[in-house]
Structure formats: structure tokens, C-alpha cells
Design a protein around this ligand. Structure first.
Ligand code: ADP
Ligand code: ADP
Length: 229
């Protein structure tokens, strides 16, 4: 079964004669564990597509499935997804542990289970020795890892990444890219990663969705997308 299916997904902003259609019927089946990168020029609809999967933007027509559930009308918190943003806004007054645990507390996950999940994520992300620190006491890379930890502990079916590396300097970008690769190797969570950076697409993607003007131009391996005959 596909982890994520998009079936003739359409997005219009606005209503009536002034409506602006920005996604024109995108369909794709994404199998379990696959790492998909969405690329394309600015304004082509990458972020809109991702936000519709997240439930942050309504879909105008078509169907989005996560696992065996149609999620069109579900809230983000009900979708079995976790999202990593480029501004990884951590809560400044909370420790690393509490930052990672917060979403689970809200979801009323039992405390021992929260501790187990946060400890496991901290181990994978090498944050174990930093759990009592506040965000301001961390390096940029460590903060980025806490933001990923917050997503991991939710144990989502699908990870959504909205250009998470674009505000980082070159060194940290390369480091975080490796971190994401390692996470995917260890956890195998189906991932949808939006970027306009070809290096990120080539190093992270198993397959690439190329968007252009709200249409899916290609859905193919990095070799197929970037080999120019
Ligand atoms: P990308 O992420 O590829 O840069 P977006 O998904 O942000 O593209 O935008 C796709 C199109 O939708 C653009 O033409 C953009 O101007 C338009 N758009 C995005 N968000 C809104 C919005 N909230 N209201 C109206 N139009 C929007
Ligand atoms: P609140 O705004 O209620 O204080 P949050 O901002 O943490 O709490 O979460 C708002 C909603 O979004 C919650 O229902 C939570 O389950 C969900 N949520 C929080 N973080 C993520 C994430 N990384 N990915 C997906 N959903 C999230």
C-alpha cells in the first residue's frame, strides 16, 4: 500500500471569477519508506502541495490519502504527519527535553511513553547530553536537531520538510543534510522534502517530483531528472 497518495489534487486560491488555480491535478503514489524531493522554480506550487498534505491548506478538489485514510477533511494533528520547517521556532523558555515532549503532552501520551520516545530520539540525534539545556545554549546545528527530534517523537507515517535547510550557512546545511540522510536510513519514514537546491535533491532523493506551473512535469529518479542527453 502507498504511504501517501495524491489523486488529481487541485488547488485554487480565491473564489468565483477571480479564483487562481495554482495546482492543476497532481497525482502520485508514494510507497512506504521512500524519500521524495519536490523541486521546481519559485511559485510553481511546491509549498502549496506540501501544505495541502499537512492540512495547513485546504484542497479544492481531488483526494489525498495517508496510509489507507482519506485525509482531505482532517486537521493537521489527525493526519499522522510531522513537519520540519525552515524556521525551527523552538520554545525559548523550555528545555530541549520539554521542547521535544511538548506535542506529545498536548496529545496526552502517557509520561513514561513520552520519556521513552524522547530518549530514543535524543540518542539517534546525539542530543542525550543536552536535554536539560535551553535553546539559546545550543548551536544552530543542535537546534535544528531538536526541531527534527520534535517531529520524530510523533512517530508519524510521513515526514514533511519545507525547505528546512535554506536559512543555514553552507557548512551547517551540509551537516544537516547528512543528519537527515542518517535519520532516513535508521527510521525509514516516508518523506516529502521541498527544496529549490539541486544538490539537496540529488543527495537526498530516491525519486524527484519536478513541478512546473502547478503541474507535475516529471516523477523520476535523480539520474533520470538530471542527466541531460
Ligand atoms: P513554491 O513553493 O513553488 O514557490 P507556492 O506553492 O508558494 O510556490 O505558490 C504557488 C502559487 O500560489 C504562486 O503563484 C503563489 O503566488 C500562489 N499562492 C501561494 N500562497 C497563496 C495564498 N495564500 N493566496 C493566494 N495565492 C497564493
Ligand atoms: P499549540 O499551538 O496548541 O500550543 P503546537 O503549536 O505544538 O501547540 O501544535 C498545534 C497543533 O499542531 C497540535 O494539534 C499538534 O498536534 C500539531 N503539531 C505540532 N507540531 C507538529 C508537527 N511538527 N507536525 C505536525 N503537527 C504538529
Amino acid at each position: 500500500m502507498a504511504a501517501l497518495s495524491l489523486r488529481n489534487v487541485i488547488k485554487r486560491y480565491g473564489h468565483g471569477p477571480k479564483a487562481n488555480q495554482v495546482i492543476h491535478g497532481v497525482s502520485a503514489e508514494i510507497p512506504d519508506h521512500e524519500f521524495i524531493v519536490i523541486v521546481g522554480p519559485s511559485g510553481c506550487g511546491k509549498s502549496t502541495l506540501l501544505r495541502m498534505v499537512a492540512g495547513l491548506e485546504e484542497i479544492s478538489a481531488g483526494e489525498i490519502r495517508i496510509g489507507d485514510r482519506v485525509v482531505n477533511n482532517l486537521e493537521p494533528s489527525e493526519r499522522d504527519i510531522a513537519m520540519v520547517f525552515q524556521n525551527y521556532a523552538l520554545y525559548p523558555h523550555m528545555t530541549v527535553f520539554d521542547n521535544m515532549a511538548y506535542g506529545l503532552k498536548i496529545a496526552k501520551v502517557p509520561v513514561p511513553e513520552i520519556k521513552t520516545r524522547v530518549d530514543k530520539a535524543a540518542q539517534i540525534l546525539e542530543l542525550g547530553h543536552l536535554l536539560e539545556r535551553k535553546p539559546r545554549e545550543l548551536s544552530g546545528g543542535q537546534r535544528q536537531r531538536v526541531a527534527m527530534g520534535r517531529a520524530i517523537v510523533r512517530q508519524p507515517k510521513v515526514f514533511l520538510f519545507d525547505e528546512p535547510l535554506s536559512n543555514l550557512d553552507a557548512k551547517l546545511r551540509a551537516q544537516t543534510r547528512l543528519e537527515i540522510q542518517k535519520l532516513h536510513r535508521e527510521l525509514g519514514i516516508t518523506s516529502l522534502f521541498v527544496t529549490h537546491d539541486q544538490v539537496e535533491a540529488m543527495t537526498l532523493a530516491q525519486r524527484i517530483i519536478v513541478m512546473n506551473g502547478g503541474v507535475m512535469d516529471q516523477f523520476a529518479t535523480p539520474e533520470e531528472v538530471y542527466s541531460r542527453p
